[in-house]
Design a protein around this ligand. Structure first.
Ligand SMILES: [Zn+2]
Length: 493
């Protein structure tokens, strides 16, 4: 950092405490030694020395334990008595991202936060990022010490170390050595994507060339997105602190990365800007809820218009849901859009008008602030944040670099929340008992009929509770449009 940034008209406090890992780390001096080094540093910088504060206990790193000197330091900073503080080693000192965030807060008010060697200017975005990366790296290496714990395993997985799961495309089983043929394909895909080729075209090409995923499956949109937005492509090792949700780069894979950081960041930003840019078309109510029932397939059915077929009675073009082969589907399952949407109405009314279901769903899951609802709210909020960022990028209010920096933690958070949400046990719809139907059936029908597109999708979501409408292939083509026949082709799984 430039020297002119390290300036203060007030004195700078010195803070010291014993490191968490003192017994194993010989390089860290005693608290007296730490204070001496800090004093020298302050003198070098021409800064006035303020109060020397020391938490002597060996547990002073633990935020759950009383740290009177730390508290006094924070108090002095908050009251503006001192102009900042210096510690011996900011990185090792701040194994707690929480303490780190507090320091960033202090610095945001224009106070100096220094360590004895490098200084982070926490008033600038770059300084903050470097500091956060350092904190996270410290937390990461600290957590890695407990690799035998479940959490350690999880962290290893997050960091991309071997942990028994599938080999990443482009790499050998050690997850570090590049597999040249796949690395070349990954480079090619990134370049073609950046050149504006459509995802579906890339997927179709891969599948046509007989290049499967590392699990031996055909490529799909989510699989392609996962591949192209994987940080390891440009050599980054990423860590997300579970407490703060903060994601940062904690290391790099050795050697030349498969894709340059610049290309990788561009591809990621394109995905980030697109991700919610394509809302489900109002024509396809069951979009993303309907999946293919062909054994071994299970792809999400896509909407398509059928210009060659007889239009609907109101004159509008005929539409279908089908298992799109260019998106990795089997091509065997197709169902008329209007017929499936009206069958969905019947199913939703059936499920929701069962009083046990309705009570369970509305009262427990949706009105009593259940865990699922809490998560749904958090997901909605996180998605709103991501969307706002994308909008700002679109309006040119933030740079691509800045956007990319902030969108990653947001995306990571959404993914984590969604994983958490998906892991919640779902009781599933209880088959309707005939006696409880009647009045409530009319109520739900009415609610459906007055709802708009989004309202109906919400009702569908409420009824399905994380499950899908699995559509069996018809005997021929799209099959009958008779509602009874359609319902017979649907299972809820
Ligand atoms: Zn299929």
């Amino acid at each position: 950092m430039a020297a002119e940034l390290v300036r203060s008209d007030r004195s700078i406090d010195v803070y010291a405490r014993v490191s968490q890992l003192k017994r194993n780390e010989k390089r860290e001096p005693s608290t007296d030694g730490q204070v001496s080094v800090c004093r020298v540093r302050l003198a070098d910088l021409g800064l006035a020395e303020g109060k020397v504060l020391v938490d002597p206990g060996p547990s002073a790193w633990n935020p759950a334990i009383e740290r009177p000197a730390w508290d006094e330091l924070m108090d002095r900073l908050e009251r503006g008595v001192s102009g900042g503080f210096i510690v011996f080693d900011l990185e090792r000192f701040t194994r707690q991202p929480k303490d780190g965030e507090r320091m960033i807060g202090v610095a945001a008010r224009g106070l100096l936060v220094l360590d004895s060697e490098s200084e982070y200017d926490l008033r600038t975005p770059n300084g903050k990022r470097a500091f956060r990366d350092a904190i996270n790296a410290a937390a990461y290496y600290s957590d890695r010490l407990s690799t035998r714990s479940a959490r350690g395993k999880k962290l290893k997985a997050m960091a991309g170390e071997p942990n028994g799961s599938a080999r990443p495309f482009g790499f050998e089983d050690d997850r570090v050595t590049q597999r040249e043929d796949e690395a070349a394909i990954l480079r090619e895909l990134t370049a073609r994507f950046l050149a504006g080729e459509l995802q579906d075209a890339l997927i179709a090409d891969l599948n046509a060339r007989g290049i499967p995923t590392t699990q031996g499956r055909p490529w799909t949109r989510p699989a392609l997105k996962t591949l192209l937005t994987r940080q390891r492509n440009c050599g980054r090792i990423i860590y997300t602190d579970p407490a703060s949700g903060l994601t940062s780069v904690v290391g790099r894979l050795p050697g030349e990365p498969i894709v340059s950081e610049e290309d990788f960041d561009r591809a990621t930003a394109i995905f980030a800007a697109r991700r919610r840019g394509r809302p489900s078309s109002p024509h396809y109510l069951c979009s993303s809820f309907a999946v293919c029932g062909q054994p071994g397939c299970g792809h999400i059915l896509h909407g398509r218009t059928r210009n060659g077929l007889k239009p609907y009675p109101d004159g509008s073009v005929s539409r279908s849901y089908w298992c799109n082969p260019t998106a990795g589907g089997c091509g065997k399952t197709e169902v008329d859009q209007r017929a499936l949407d009206s069958a969905a109405r019947a199913l939703v009314v059936e499920i929701l008008s069962d009083t046990r279901n309705a009570d369970a769903i509305e009262n427990a899951a949706y009105e009593a602030a259940s865990e699922a609802l809490q998560l749904d709210i958090k997901i909605a909020e996180a998605e709103a944040v991501a969307k706002a960022l994308t909008d700002r990028l679109g309006r040119g209010e933030i740079t691509l670099a800045r956007y990319d920096l902030v969108i990653k933690p947001a995306d990571e958070r959404i993914a984590n929340l969604q994983a958490e949400r998906a892991a919640l046990p779902d009781p599933g719809p209880v088959p309707g008992t005939q006696q409880s139907l009647g009045a409530s059936r009319a109520k739900w029908q009415q609610r459906w009929d007055i709802a708009d597109y989004k309202g109906r999708r919400d009702l569908l979501k409420m009824a399905l509770r994380g499950k899908h409408l699995v559509i069996q292939p018809a005997q021929g083509g799209r099959g009958s449009t008779d509602q009874v026949d359609i319902v017979r082709r649907i299972t809820i799984e």
